[in-house]
Design a protein around this ligand. Sequence first.
Ligand SMILES: C[S@@+](CC[C@H](N)C(=O)[O-])C[C@H]1O[C@@H](n2cnc3c(N)ncnc32)[C@H](O)[C@@H]1O
Length: 154
Amino acid sequence: MASYVDPRLRGPVVELGPGTGPVTDALLRQGIEQERLVLVEYSPEFCQLLKRRFPRATIVQGDAYEAGEVLADVVKEPCAGVLSSLPLLNKPVEQRLALLAAAHAMLHPFAPFVQFTYGVKPPIPARSTSYTASASERIWLNFPPARVWVYRRG
Ligand SMILES: C[S@@+](CC[C@H](N)C(=O)[O-])C[C@H]1O[C@@H](n2cnc3c(N)ncnc32)[C@H](O)[C@@H]1O
């Protein structure tokens, strides 16, 4: 997921649902400075853990599906990427599309919204006139096997 973010592109990198921070860690290894990271996590316990692990990142405790409002005072310039580990398939498709639209509104024109899924189908519809979608190979070494979908404004 982190490899889709170009560290040379300026601006924050937003992670939705970081949990204990494995993707966050990969973003740092990708060359993204900790100060650029904005982590939106619902669980207060995970937020405390994230503050200890990534003290220079911005941790926002809140509902990522309200990203537009939750991040209004935090994200003030176009983002280099939005990465989501949210369990999107639990939500109606309209809410997933609204999340993608809110993410695209925060992003540089060609920067990615990245979502992983265990599902066979795209977690957000792949066909659209307002964005393009592409999928990685299925990663069989992940348990359960998963793939990453990348959505860019098109
Ligand atoms: C599948 S876990 C992924 C955690 C981590 N990124 C990983 O790869 O191991 C999903 C995470 O999203 C968080 N989450 C679920 N719904 C959320 C929401 N509406 N807003 C913010 N975080 C949420 C959960 O608390 C959990 O930490």
